[in-house]
Ligand binder design. Structure first.
Ligand code: NAP
Length: 295
């Protein structure tokens, strides 16, 4: 697979290890949508391994979100913080309102927001899906994320705790490689719209206040991919801990130079932050951003 960096990672590697002091998430509270399975669960594991004080995972299935939090706590016996699961349907704004109101009542201020849960519509041309199915992708992949980002940002204004904030957006290579999502053009359109939305929000948000980075997590064999019929043989799958560890790097001050941009978790962070690539990133405000090809 073509890579921007010479090194193309399929597994975690030392430069993004949660044990690095520079990537420590100590004292941070992290909120992860869709954290009970797949990539979200691996991201929760990485933040806990990097010593976050509180990791909150969200999902619609109450039993699963609570059992996932307990399972992860049991996986990390040395972890001194807390991992909690909260049922929340992020496509339902009243459910999201209750969540943030409860967090406020409990005095919880979120420092890192991970936008991970997504909706993947049925396969088929957009004009054959029907508006409701098309819109379900927009509700999750655009509106729900905007709802969360707005509340996260307002909480920051209401209860400043002096800590720099981060938003990590789980995007996909399908926002630029339209062929990869093949039969699901609507997924591509809505993930692209969601990534552009975050890019535009980043444009008007100083990185010192909220650092915003979108990334493709690699190809991970998750529950969601199994649900659409994929299995071990369908793709050269990557290790789920690659996006997990990459997420903590993306939330760290090390990654501030990527504010508002889109990268792949497979790309080597040392090559991104140094040399020619770093020079291009620093000098070209449109590089690694959503736009129109050829102009
Ligand atoms: N897997 C890949 O290879 C791949 C590649 C490129 C990009 N991505 C992106 O990576 C992210 C995660 O993908 P994944 O494969 O791990 O997804 P997944 O297996 O489908 O997991 C989604 C998680 O989100 C939760 N969820 C779904 N709808 C929700 C809602 N309305 N409210 C709250 N939680 C909800 C699910 O739990 P409940 O059902 O209990 O709610 C589940 O825990 C997505 O943004 C996807 O677009 C994945």
């Amino acid at each position: 697979m073509a890579s921007l960096t010479k090194a193309f990672h399929k597994e975690p590697y030392p430069a993004i290890s949660p044990s690095l002091p520079s990537l420590s998430q100590a004292t941070k509270t992290v909120l992860i949508t869709g954290g009970s399975t797949g990539i979200g669960y691996a991201i929760a594991r990485a933040f806990a391994s990097a010593s976050a004080s509180l990791v909150v995972i969200l999902g619609r299935r109450p039993d699963l979100v609570c059992s996932a939090a307990s399972r992860l706590t049991a996986e990390l016996p040395g972890f001194k913080g807390k991992i909690v699961g909260r049922p929340c349907d992020i496509s339902d704004s009243s459910s999201v309102a209750v969540l943030w109101s409860d967090l406020e009542k409990e005095g919880i201020v979120v420092d890192v927001l991970v936008l991970n849960a997504a909706h993947t519509s049925n396969p088929g041309p957009i004009l054959q899906l029907g508006q409701d199915e098309v819109w379900a992708d927009y509700i999750m992949n655009v509106r729900a994320n905007l709802d969360l980002v707005e509340r996260f940002s307002k909480q920051n204004e209401r209860t400043p705790n002096g800590k720099k904030k981060s938003i990590i957006n789980l995007s996909t290579m399908a926002i630029h490689n339209f062929a990869i999502a093949g039969s699901r053009p609507n997924y591509t359109a809505t993930k692209n719209a969601g990534t552009l939305l975050l890019q535009q929000i980043a444009r008007d948000t100083p990185v010192e206040k909220i650092q915003i980075i979108s990334f493709h997590p690699g190809l991970i064999l998750t529950e969601g991919n199994r649900r659409i019929g994929l299995d071990e043989k369908s793709a050269p799958w990557d290790d789920e801990n690659l996006p997990g560890h990459f997420a903590i790097w993306a939330a760290s001050p090390d990654a501030a130079f990527l504010h508002g941009r889109f990268v792949w978790a497979n790309w080597d962070v040392d090559e991104l932050r140094t040399g020619e690539l770093r020079e291009r990133i620093d000098n070209d405000p449109d590089y690694l951003k959503v736009g129109v090809k050829g102009l």
